[in-house]
Design a protein around this ligand. Structure first.
Ligand SMILES: [Zn+2]
Length: 284
């Protein structure tokens, strides 16, 4: 069954950016983070250079994107977060100190959720519609916690390639699915001892273009996930620009934020209601 996109569109495309900065490193390796300036500076490239380079790119492309920001990043890189907000992009929650929720019990995860919402509200005046779990780590109880904390959607799971519902005791939670193929980290991030080398941006452009065009044919929802400290590098910003140019040459792509896609799913997609154009055609 085809997913009913608005105005007879064939697919949806979202650019999303997880603005982690130093947060994930501080959570995972707190002792090393006290002394390793090298690791900290690698991540500080995001707030220092990457974010503004990406904001300029989005401005050139005239696209709104979805940014997921941990509470720690909001408190420590507030001017950049305000520039993201003031440029009209969506801001979603992304942990407090990028906690791997597998390490948290339900009560701890609840406290972390409440804390990140308080930080987003206090510093940015933002009540996020969406949540993306740090490292796409989700516990079985997480979707229910998101519902009770008033989130419209989650974007951390891989169980479909169109928006879908995750069952919770509080009713269905809208999921805007992600996937590893469309994440910059496994392709571009240098990790000592890892088997994957840093990828050639030309190869990644080809890979993401192929994935996009195949998903477009399959009526899918293409969600690209990039990190300012990784994809804020010059050749990778150029790659995203080339990719969007390629996507724009296809007919019927709905460029949207995750929040817009989730709203569409809640109001029309879930029920499979036909869009205006399809209704007209059906009536003929
Ligand atoms: Zn992250």
């Amino acid at each position: 069954m085809r997913y009913p996109w608005p105005d007879g569109k064939q697919s949806a495309a979202v650019l999303s950016f997880d603005f982690d900065a130093e947060s994930g490193f501080l959570f995972r390796e707190p002792e090393k983070a006290k002394r390793s300036l090298a690791d900290l500076e690698e991540r500080r490239f995001g707030p220092r250079v990457g974010v503004d380079r990406i904001l300029r790119l989005l401005d050139r492309l005239r696209l709104r994107a979805s940014f997921y920001i941990p509470g720690w990043t909001v408190e420590n890189h507030l001017p950049q977060c305000k520039r993201i907000r003031d440029a009209g992009h969506e801001i979603g929650a992304h942990g407090n100190v990028h906690e791997a929720v597998a390490a948290l019990d339900q009560a701890q995860e609840k406290a972390v959720l409440a804390e990140q919402l308080r930080i987003l509200a206090d510093h940015l005046g933002v009540r996020p519609a969406g949540y993306r779990s740090p490292s796409w780590d989700v516990n079985v109880w997480t979707p229910g916690l998101l519902k009770t904390h008033g989130f419209r959607y989650d974007s951390s799971l891989m169980g479909n390639d169109v928006p879908y519902d995750v069952a919770t005791p509080e009713g269905p939670l809208t999921e805007i699915p992600v996937q590893w193929i469309m994440d910059d980290a496994p392709l571009f991030r240098h990790v000592y001892g890892a088997t994957n080398a840093i990828a050639d941006p030309g190869r990644v452009l080809q890979m993401w273009s192929k994935e996009f065009v195949a998903m477009h044919g399959e009526n899918g929802c293409f969600v690209l996930t990039c990190h300012p400290f990784i994809s804020g590098r010059a050749s990778r910003v150029a790659l995203i620009e080339d990719l969007v140019g390629y996507m724009r040459r296809q007919r019927g792509v709905w460029f949207a934020t995750c929040e817009e896609v989730a709203r569409w799913h809640d109001e029309h997609g879930r029920s499979g209601a036909p869009t205006a154009r399809r209704r007209k055609r059906a009536g003929r």
